[in-house]
Design a protein around this ligand. Structure first.
Ligand code: ADE
Length: 885
């Protein structure tokens, strides 16, 4: 019976009383398919030998698992000597007679890997050597990255490499109706997970993206460009009948000009101009008209003027001669007026004015025009000048007057004043008649610009309109002064400001600022008498010479273990200076998480740098050697030490530039210390550093984007590298971004990809890594925040249990001081808090009112507000963390 009390078939053996058992069970031939490595999952029960009397010499509690690769089935033939042993399998749980009585089934599950395998198939075999076993099931499987669709590209089933640290790069194929934007790629990881999506496909014209596929635009819609934009409704006066339209076609009598984009509405030629009038004097004839009532949906409106001279019959017209001059020109006019000169007296001219736009030439039928006939010998046409009375009778009215024409031969019947709102052109206008040469017009709108013009009516008819006169009415409420709503506050200037990273903390001095590098070394490092040093073993090779381990007799006559870096003979001065630069830097530091410099030997040969000995060597190889051996708390302890070392460096104003697990050393107590100092030289020395396009040498996988692209190294770029070190630690020395090329790493980071959580990594730690990898460097955590965050995790280990997102994470630890001050409207004190060293909410929670005063908050009201918020903060932290702050 299985655990659900259902009957099952098992293979059993139980010859526990007989010596020298050698019983075999072999599987059928198993087809390998695409596997390069297979997993064998065994479920079995095993009887505890202690629970069976009289079998102490013969009863066994293990069995052996074997395999044999062949290209074909061997039928019933079986030769154990052909088989290779995979492992001895023992039970985690064995059962006793009592369990049997209680019908308790203690089922064991064991998984073993077999590979690499290359033949067509394989057999599995089980050897029993005298145990009491029931084999319940055998599951043989391999892992693959399953077919998937990502970024509109399909990726086939892919079998991972046998070697778990290298990835398979797979190119995707665009889905139907999509095309490549950047080559779509995914990497298949050892566990069958797809990693690092790069590049993408986008939907072709006429198709839009929906749920990972490209669908044709519906009728009435279109998409004119390739890309992940949606189909749009056809623009006005256009349509698409079918599906998948790239453009919409114009309705009848509507058109698109050659340069109109497909997104633009279809348009039509304009209607003819309206209200053509003329104004004639001795030398020039001015024609004026109003724009057409229908612009055809476009703005590129122009006018052409054609002149004809006609006889008494309408069909006796001929085009005017070249002597007529049009100012500015007869064609392509953009204003609604043209002046005609050099015309003959005593002639009849007919002017045809045509409106045109960008699609006028698309029609081949005659275009409608507005025409006016002018007789140049009619006489009595005069122009008038309008003037307004500066003392207008009331705000919304105007008093206009003009001079009566002097040389008029005909009797004036009356004057007509036409006026309209300038903004509305002449689409609608009002007029008033008067016999006197003046008028008062009332009922105008306030704050509105009006246009006026005037014409005379004589017994011979109307004259042309006078030139236009513009006038803007006043605002009724002009004298109301708006109340001032806000009074500007002068920002309170912080009373305290410091340019140092922390006031009172020692600052790092760049040894290159010393003219004589030997002087720098002796400023910061003790000279050691070489007779006090005993070199014992060579433990590695550095850029400048061997690295040895040995002993140093201290001045107190005690012997301590040391590592000794030597400068090999034949060096040039520059190499000596670069070699000793590291000592000049290291000698300035004094912190339990920074490798300690014991001293230097410069006055005899070989030149040496002596540092404390770190028994477990560099962190990356140490972790690889002890894969899976530490508890999460131990790993977090290492990370805390590294963060604390880098916090010390950043407080000193030193930027490391090459934080990586290979540059961290580990001692026998698992204490991690930052090593490898020397600025640019560090990078020259680092085999991971690659040349960038700007010629610098940079360890791409560990370096922040701004440092790669424009060499912006800072404590914030060290924070990025620290995030990568976290990932290296939590994955036991895995290579960041595996086997991806540097170029792909840069590209994927740019596209927003970040390393996933290593197996078994608590979600809080991965979130901290992601925090360190923020593109915007000011958003990355400060090292002091990282240390206090890790301290909290260590004190409160239950927060490390969550291994998947969605479980609760305490974000309050990352609210910045800036956010907090903004929330209580005290932003003006940000720099005062930071300058005084209060850069985490934790540190703020400890502040007293004296501290608040001391950092420069002088106003009593502000002190109260800040202190009251600090009290709330304290309660919150207390509540969330369950410990006292
Ligand atoms: N390799 C380089 N420096 C070392 C040190 N200080 N201790 C042990 N191994 C090292």
């Amino acid at each position: 019976m299985d655990e659900h009390n259902r009957p099952i078939h098992t293979f059993q053996v139980c010859h526990v009383m007989e010596p020298n058992q050698n019983n075999w069970l072999r599987s059928n031939w198993i087809f390998r398919q695409a596997a390069q490595k297979v997993y064998v999952e065994l479920r079995f029960t095993l009887r505890d030998c202690n629970s069976i009397p009289w079998v102490s010499g013969t009863c066994k509690e293990t069995f052996n698992l074997f395999y044999y690769e062949t290209d074909e089935s061997h039928g019933v033939k079986f030769k154990p000597s052909q088989y290779t042993k995979i492992d001895t399998i023992a039970a985690d749980e064995s059962f006793t007679q009592m369990d049997l009585g209680d019908r308790i089934l203690k089922l064991n599950t064991e998984v073993r890997e077999v590979g690499p395998i290359s033949r067509k198939g394989l057999y599995l075999a089980f050897q029993d050597i005298g145990a009491c076993i029931a084999l319940v099931s055998v599951r043989v499987y391999y892992k693959k990255c399953p077919f998937t669709l990502r970024n509109l590209a399909s990726f086939p089933d892919t079998v991972p490499r046998v070697d778990s640290s290298s990835l398979v790069e797979v190119r995707g194929a665009c889905v139907e109706h999509a095309e490549e934007r950047d080559t779509p790629k995914l990497y298949c990881g050892a566990d069958g997970d797809w990693l690092v999506p790069l590049g993408k496909c986008v939907c072709s014209v006429g198709y839009e993206e929906m749920d990972g596929a490209c669908f044709a635009c519906r009728p009435g819609f279109y998409k004119a460009f390739t890309g992940n934009i949606k189909c749009s409704k056809c623009p006005p006066h256009s349509f698409s009948y079918g599906e998948g339209a790239a453009v919409c076609h114009c309705e009848k009598a509507f058109y698109r000009a050659e340069r109109d984009p497909p997104t633009m509405a279809c348009t039509r030629p304009p209607s003819p101009p309206r209200n053509v009038v003329f104004n004639l004097n001795d030398t020039c004839l001015q024609l004026e008209w109003s724009p057409p009532s229908d612009m055809g949906g476009r703005r590129d409106l122009t006018y052409n003027v054609l002149c004809k001279r006609c006889g008494p019959e309408p069909d006796q017209c001929q085009l005017c001669g070249e002597e007529l001059r049009f100012v500015p020109r007869p064609q392509g006019l953009t204003n609604t007026t043209v002046t005609v000169m050099d015309f003959s007296a005593h002639a009849n001219y007919t002017f045809e004015i045509e409106s045109l736009n960008g699609v006028s030439k698309m029609i081949n039928y005659p275009r409608p025009v507005a025409a006016i006939t002018v007789s140049t010998d009619q006489g009595g046409e005069y122009t008038y000048t309008l003037t307004s009375d500066p003392l207008n009778p009331e705000p919304n009215s105007i008093a206009l007057s003009w001079l009566e024409p002097e040389q008029i031969s005909l009797l004036v019947v009356d004057y007509e004043v036409k006026y309209y709102e300038k903004e509305h052109e002449e689409l609608s206008y009002s007029s008033t008649r008067t016999k006197a040469p003046s008028v008062i017009i009332t009922g105008l709108k306030p704050s509105t610009c009006y246009v006026f013009s005037l014409r005379t009516r004589t017994s011979a008819g109307h004259s042309a309109y006078s030139p236009k006169y513009e006038y803007e009415t006043t605002d009724d409420s002009e004298y109301l002064i708006p109340p001032s709503l806000y009074q500007r506050q002068n920002p309170v200037s912080p009373l305290f400001f410091s340019a140092l990273p922390y006031p009172g903390v020692k600052t790092y001095v760049d040894p290159d600022t010393y003219e004589d590098p030997t002087q720098a070394v002796h400023e910061f490092a003790k000279e050691i008498d070489p007779t006090r040093i005993r070199i014992e073993r060579v433990i590695g090779a550095g850029e400048f010479g061997e690295v040895c381990s040995g002993r140093l007799r201290t001045l107190g006559k005690r012997e301590i273990a040391v590592a000794i870096k030597t400068l090999k003979g034949g060096y040039v001065e520059r190499q000596r200076r670069d070699f000793l630069r590291e000592a000049s830097i290291m000698g300035q530091f004094d912190d339990p998480n920074i490798i300690r410099l014991e001293g230097v030997v410069t006055r005899s040969r070989p030149v040496m740098i002596v540092v404390e000995y770190m028994e477990n060597g560099s962190l990356d190889s140490f972790l690889r050697k002890h894969d899976g051996h530490f508890t999460v708390i131990q790993l977090v302890g290492m990370l805390r030490g590294i963060a604390s070392g880098v916090r010390y460096l950043s407080d000193m104003g030193y930027v490391h530039r090459d934080l990586a697990a290979r540059n961290i050393l580990v001692n026998s107590n698992l204490v991690c210390k930052v090593s490898d100092f020397g600025l640019s030289r560090v990078l020259e020395d680092d085999p991971e550093a690659a040349y960038t396009t700007t010629g610098g040498k940079i360890p791409i996988r560990w370096t922040a984007p701004e440092a790669i692209s424009y060499r912006k190294f800072s404590s914030a770029s060290d924070a990025w590298s620290y995030g990568i070190v976290m990932w290296e630690v939590m994955s036991y020395g895995e290579r960041p971004y595996w086997e991806m090329s540097n170029q792909d790493v840069i590209l994927s980071i740019e596209e927003g990809y970040r390393l996933p959580a290593p197996m078994g990594c608590p979600v809080v730690l991965h979130q901290l890594m992601l925090h360190c990898w923020q593109k915007e460097r000011s958003q990355r955590p400060k090292f002091t925040d990282v240390v206090s965050f890790l301290d909290k995790l260590i004190r409160n280990p239950s927060s490390l249990l969550a291994e998947s997102p969605g479980e609760v994470v305490d974000y309050h630890m990352f609210i910045s001081i800036g956010d907090w001050l903004d929330s209580i409207k005290m932003s003006q004190y940000k720099s005062s808090f930071v300058a005084a060293g209060f850069s985490t909410l934790d540190s703020v929670a400890q502040m007293s009112i004296e501290d608040v005063r001391r950092i420069g908050v002088v106003l009593i009201g502000h002190q109260r507000r800040i202190v009251s918020s600090i009290q709330t903060l304290r309660l919150q932290l207390l509540h969330e963390n369950g410990f006292h702050v």
